[in-house]
Design a protein around this ligand. Structure first.
Ligand code: TNX
Length: 532
């Protein structure tokens, strides 16, 4: 059993813990009021097996009971967790999501055993100390982005990450599904996107200074049913899956599958293969009507797979827009004719025309476009939202122009960057972003007025997987830093310099035991490092 002072993310307010406890036993029932959603099932199928308790459904007035209720006086995602003598455990949510986040807190209070899949101490008495926790999130968008294009993560790994997100009260899974190095979602009308685009023949094993390849193919993709399963599994956890189809740059895998998508008057696109190295690729989609029609076809299937109402923010579709190389457009007669015909200023204008087309297309279907902050260049379509990754500036400009923003500056929340300066970091890429750097990240740029700051929907951490070929390496880069990001996103932390990092580390000591029970290969706080 854990003290409420060891919760991650930290709750708003705790009364207690008192000396008394409420036991959970084989007789403890689950009493869910109508409308509380799937948390009853989640508790029965997650906490039940972990603790070896049946957690049978019971009537709302049962005494020995984990009671789930709604109270619309609470904010939608807020909850109250009351553990009071003679009343059992009561979770009251402002919405079904609030009830679910309350259940996540209950799990942490029960200690590390609650994070296993089968009981390791059969017959153990689990007790929750008397206390009342009042809690709710600071930000509505609490995200995690996973790049499954550079290295494919099989479906089970994705479901596991959704579980890990839920345990940290994160609610937006930004699913980076396409890039130069791979196309990972089945599109029925364009089978070559996965037949050709989801595999690369060679694997890069050397890093920048000494690039080396081995003849080992890498690839994989999610079938449409896999995607439906992922989206439904996420929705049961109140997580929205925001798919990213990256255009018009980062598209070599698509061009390798369908060479007519590229700038055929500049290069022989039929000779392109799925890219097998990292960096910014010069190949870009041709700005033709045929390309637009092709991607409308892609997005039509994507909208069907990612329904708008699965969870909050499910209406969003990410169209990338980052690192769009303009060289081919500069040399292409077709692209230049397009610029002239549309009366655009330059290639930046062409990029915004391209993004603007899909903004209008998505808006007409009741969806919302989000893209990386480069989509601001050359004018941003009305209603579009921005993922601010190159620092604060894009987010500030976007919020001032009235666009919603998700703050994810690479300087603080890029989890592919190394987390220690030591030479023996097993994933030796990028600058150093320590656990403390992430903990002291402030998503609201200080220069925004309160009115402008309302456009900051929240924050997310991004995991790019160029040099993470398996899930253990993804775990290592993601944890413990994602726990810090979760607290930044959920808890009402003070200004960065006033944050109590020592207290966070103290609570992390308990949290590492939970991550151990979950089998997360996090970076140990003191080393030694795995794979040394
Ligand atoms: C920039 S962030 C990229 C990614 C890379 C990442 C590596 C962004 C929108 N584009 O394509 O994987 O840097 O840190």
């Amino acid at each position: 059993m854990t003290s409420p002072t060891e919760l991650i993310p930290a709750p708003r307010a705790v009364e207690g813990p008192g000396r008394g406890t409420v036991p959970l036993t084989g007789d403890t029932a689950l009493c869910a009021a109508p409308g509380t959603g799937g948390t009853e099932r989640w508790l029965r199928t997650t906490l039940g097996p972990a603790l070896g308790l049946p957690l049978r459904p019971g009537p709302e007035d049962a005494r020995d009971c984990v009671r789930l209720r709604l109270d619309d006086a609470l904010e939608p995602e807020a909850y109250r967790l009351a553990v009071v003598a003679d009343r059992g455990v009561e979770i009251t949510g402002g919405s079904p999501a609030g009830v679910f986040w309350g259940a996540q807190t209950l799990r942490q209070l029960l200690g590390p055993d609650a994070f296993r899949k089968a009981p390791v101490r059969p017959g153990e008495k689990y007790r929750v100390p008397h206390q009342v926790i009042e809690d709710g999130p600071r930000f509505r968008w609490r995200g995690f982005m996973l790049d499954v294009a550079r290295h494919f993560m099989p479906k089970d790994g994705v479901l596991r990450y959704l579980d890990l997100m839920a345990a940290h009260k994160l609610n937006v899974f930004h699913f980076h599904l396409t890039d130069d190095q791979g196309w990972r979602v089945e599109i029925k009308r364009y089978p070559r996107l996965t037949e050709v685009g989801s595999w690369r023949a060679r694997t890069k094993i050397g890093h920048r200074a000494s690039p080396l390849w081995e003849d080992k193919p890498h690839g994989g993709y999610y079938t449409q049913d896999d995607i439906r399963e992922i989206v439904a599994y996420a929705a049961e956890r109140h997580i929205a899956v925001v798919p990213e189809i990256d255009v018009p740059g980062h598209s070599q895998a698509a061009i390798a599958a369908y060479p007519e998508l590229g700038n055929t008057d500049v290069i022989d696109t039929s000779a392109l293969t799925v890219w097998d190295t990292w960096g910014i690729n010069p190949n870009v989609l041709a700005p033709t009507d045929d390309t637009l029609r092709f991607y409308e076809g892609v997005f039509e299937e994507v909208l069907g797979l990612f329904p708008a109402h699965a969870a909050e923010f499910s209406a969003f579709v990410h169209v990338g827009g980052d690192e769009c190389p303009k060289g081919q457009w500069r040399r292409s007669a077709t692209a230049q004719a397009r610029i002239a015909e549309l009366g655009l200023r330059d290639e930046d204008g062409l990029q915004s025309w391209f993004i603007g087309h899909f903004d209008a297309w998505l808006s007409a279907r009741g969806r919302r476009l989000i893209g990386w902050d480069e989509i601001l260049e050359g004018g941003l379509a009305a209603g579009a939202a921005v993922s601010s990754w190159r620092g604060y500036a894009g987010g500030v400009a976007a919020a001032r122009a009235g666009h919603d923003v998700v703050m994810c500056p690479e300087q603080q929340v890029y989890l592919d960057h190394r987390q220690d300066a030591g030479v023996d970091e097993p994933v030796p890429i990028g600058w150093v972003r320590t656990l403390e750097d992430v903990y002291r990240f402030e998503p609201v740029p200080p220069e925004l007025t309160p009115e402008e700051a309302r456009h900051v929907l929240g924050t997310q951490a991004n995991v790019w997987t160029e040099v993470m070929e398996d899930h253990a390496r993804v775990d290592y880069q993601t944890f413990p830093r994602l726990a810090a990001l979760a607290e930044v996103a959920w808890s009402d932390l003070p200004a960065p310099e006033e944050r109590d990092f020592a207290d966070f580390q103290r609570r992390m000591a308990a949290h590492y035991r939970r991550l151990d029970a979950l089998g997360v290969a996090y970076r140990p706080p003191t080393g030694p490092l795995p794979w040394q």
